[in-house]
Design a protein around this ligand. Structure first.
Ligand code: ATP
Ligand code: MG
Length: 226
């Protein structure tokens, strides 16, 4: 469960990122976060990752209060949260397998576990047969699937996706959203920031709309218009 209690983020230069946000997202939910450019969507994502600190208010994820958490605990928080961004952030000199396996290596999983797990994850995101490819040999959708594979590898309870379809054509965007929906179906809480009205409108999931740092709309099932 994710709770934001009266969270305000004002950046160092005085710009308001988010203002007085109260929000509760339950385990297993699929949530779209929408809103105009500059409205505060990525600010929300970065607060949940503890990449930035709120100016006031409290953020709780599971049984952890992020605002009281010390530096040593941050890696454990992030292990529990998978992240997918619009720009793919893959290692160009590593294969698909190595790009994904990397996420297990950094938490010192044994090689045997890695060899067993990575192929399963790759087929879960529809990348069987691509393990030996380098990023430059992949389509945009395949690259994004690789990023998603890496994000879900350590079985996070939350998956945050900030414009995961931003650089993809409509068909590929749908494929990626379906992969995210599948991951949600297995129990992971999924939060997707997007500008894609067509996808939001037809998925009929919870939609949180942010404008100028405030939540102006929060519907259980619905769409939106910018
Ligand atoms: N590091 C920063 N320093 C100062 N201001 C920032 C910083 N990051 C974001 N902002 C400002 O905070 C506001 C919210 O930005 P944010 O990135 O959350 O918007 P967004 O909703 O993700 O927009 P987009 O849809 O374009 O990605 C904007 O006015 C932005 O300029
Ligand atoms: Mg953004």
């Amino acid at each position: 469960m994710i709770i934001l209690d009266n969270v305000t983020k004002i950046y160092e230069n005085g710009v308001v990122g988010l203002k007085n946000i109260d929000l509760r997202i339950n385990e297993g939910e699929f949530v779209f976060v929408v809103g105009n450019t500059g409205s505060g969507k990525s600010t929300l994502i970065r607060l949940l990752l503890k990449e930035i600190e709120p100016s006031s208010g409290a953020i709780v994820i599971g049984d952890k209060n992020l605002t009281r958490m010390n530096k040593e605990q941050i890696p454990y928080l992030r292990r529990n949260i998978g992240v997918v961004f619009q720009d793919f952030r893959l290692f160009e000199n590593k294969t698909v397998f190595e790009n994904v396996a990397f996420a297990m290596k950094v938490i010192e999983q044994p090689a045997k576990t890695i060899r067993r797990t990575v192929p399963n994850i790759l087929s879960a995101v529809g990348l069987e047969g691509k393990a030996r490819c380098y990023p430059k040999q992949l389509s945009g959708g395949e690259k994004q699937r690789t990023v998603i594979a890496r994000a879900i590898l350590n079985n996070p309870s939350i998956l945050l996706a900030d414009e995961p379809t931003g650089n993809l054509d409509p068909k590929t965007s749908w494929d990626i959203i379906k992969v995210l929906e599948e991951i949600n179906r297995s129990g992971t809480t999924v939060i997707v920031v997007t500008h894609n009205q067509e996808i939001v409108n037809s998925m009929q999931k919870r939609v949180i709309q942010i404008e100028a740092g405030k939540i102006i709309r929060d519907v259980i099932k619905g769409g939106y218009r910018e």
